[in-house]
Design a protein around this ligand. Structure first.
Ligand code: GLU
Length: 474
């Protein structure tokens, strides 16, 4: 897989998309500037002891893009290639993403310049805790201020360290665990967060493919079932997106791309088995029955119906866009298609499902986790048993009226009260489907060039609307 884009190119893409959307809006120019700009950004350098006892200086960032609502929200990535510029652009995407799915937060993003794949767990823990302490010192973290989450190169473990550091340094804060989301379940995380982004991608693709007219325009039958899918990235997002596309949607995952190369099988790959194969052998390559594709990037150009880039930004550029054969590109990663590639693909009739819509499932479930932490109670606790009792009563009433008995084997499934995970997944599905329909309606009703312009325009207008009522001091 190619590494992240050259400095500034990604920011340029995001600005381009925003400015194009802004040209369709009637929002006051000054207010557009406010919605575009990054409100505050903090660049830090701090010393951390390496495993050999020597000191190294680590560079890190946190950007709070928009304070129109607080807290601000967004992941933290660990990568040796991150820059302040990239962090700011990613924070901007978070602002528009939250607005589109109705998450009442501003956007933020954090980044730490370390390579998680070559550093020890001890080093990563020291870095994470020190980074958290730096954020606390500058008031860049807190349940009402700014709430980080996982992103590229980080996961539950890092979020656990952040929560623990925050809790210990802010000893009297009752809802300290709401300072970060994506935590392990044992540290007040929420079931469903791990798969949320990938599952949201699946719901987004499914919502899109249910529209028979849009599919006809692409020469496709409606529905996900039987469609050929190539996925780039088998990390948390790519894995879960592929898993649900295959297991729930009935799609054929024909290609998977990772850093070390790609694998292809026209008859379909089993995502779960490929994942286990990669874990065991530390490489995707040489999967039984699949063709190895050196470097992997050529797989982006193979024939398929749906391409799911779920790795890094700027993977599809003017260089490879003319050769991409997919009919639909579902952007699970942030910014995988740059603006030059975008115009080439649009001219070629490819339907692009934009990142700020498609990968918004992660922050949606982060919002549920934050709510749960603030309330101090899990979502099922107060309703589950009550729902079961109501359903039992209903069934007894129906049995009484009809004289028929409900088959005993059907009873548990029908009457069981929802688990917290079931509630989370159902609410995620509803958020994604509604967001898709809202963006789609904006695209059609306002005769915009594409879904991305509609998503950015909707994000811009929702943020501007909330600035009109709060956030501007006389
Ligand atoms: N890093 C994820 C994103 O880019 C999740 C952010 C969050 O949950 O706050 O959307």
């Amino acid at each position: 897989m190619s590494r992240a884009m050259p400095r500034d190119a990604f920011h340029e893409s995001v600005s381009h998309y925003f400015n194009r959307a802004a040209s369709y809006s009637k929002v006051d120019e000054g207010l557009i500037d406010q919605v575009r700009c990054c409100n505050s950004a903090y660049r830090m350098r701090f010393p951390v002891r390496k495993d050999d006892g020597k000191i190294t200086v680590v560079e890190a960032f946190r950007a709070e893009h928009s304070h129109h609502r607080q807290p601000t929200k967004g992941g933290i990535r660990f990568s040796p290639h991150v820059t302040m510029d990239e962090t700011i652009a990613l924070a901007a995407l978070m602002t528009y993403k939250c607005a589109i799915v109705g998450v009442p937060f501003g956007g933020a993003k954090g980044a730490v310049c370390i390579d998680p794949s070559t550093s020890s767990e001890g080093f990563r823990e020291r870095v994470t805790r020190r980074y958290t302490a730096e954020l606390i010192r500058k008031n860049f973290i807190g349940p009402d201020i700014d709430v980080p989450a996982p992103d590229y190169g980080t996961g539950e473990r890092e979020m656990g360290w952040i929560a623990d550091t925050y809790k210990n340094m802010r000893m009297n804060s009752g809802d300290a665990y709401a300072c970060v989301t994506g935590k392990p379940l044992s540290m007040h995380g929420i079931p469903g967060r791990r798969q949320a982004t990938g599952l949201g991608v699946f719901y987004g693709i499914r919502a899109c493919m249910e529209n028979a007219q849009d599919m006809r325009a692409l020469g496709l039958a409606p529905g996900v079932a039987g469609k050929r899918v190539i996925v780039q990235g088998l990390g948390n997002v790519g894995y879960h997106a592929a898993w649900y596309l295959q297991k729930e949607g009935g799609a054929l995952i024909t290609g998977i791309i990772e850093r070390e190369g790609g694998i292809f099988n026209a008859d379909g790959l089993d995502v779960e088995e490929v994942f286990r194969h990669r874990q065991a052998g530390r490489t995707l390559l040489n999967y039984p029955g699949a063709e190895n594709v050196e470097g992997g990037m050529a797989l982006l150009e193979r024939e398929c119906e749906i391409l799911v880039p779920a790795a890094l930004e700027n993977q599809i550029t003017a260089e490879n866009a003319p050769r991409v054969q997919a009919k639909i590109i579902a952007e699970a990663a942030n910014g995988p298609v740059d603006f030059e590639a975008e115009s080439i693909l649009r001219q070629r009739g490819v339907l692009m499902l934009p990142d700020i819509l498609m990968n918004a499932g992660g922050v949606t479930v982060s919002y549920f986790e934050w709510l749960k932490n603030r309330a101090g109670v899990s979502f099922d606790r107060m309703i589950s048993r009550h729902e079961e009792l109501v359903k039992r009563e209903l069934i007894a009433a129906i049995e009484g009226m009809t004289g028929l008995d409900m088959p005993v084997e059907k009873l548990p499934r029908l009457v069981h009260g929802p688990s917290e995970e079931e509630l989370v997944v159902a609410a995620l599905e509803q958020s994604m489907v509604r967001a898709y329909q809202r963006v789609w309606k904006c695209w059609k009703e306002r005769d915009l060039p594409d879904l991305r312009t509609a998503a950015f325009l909707l994000g811009l207008e929702l943020v501007a609307e909330s600035y009109r009522h709060h956030g501007i001091f006389p």
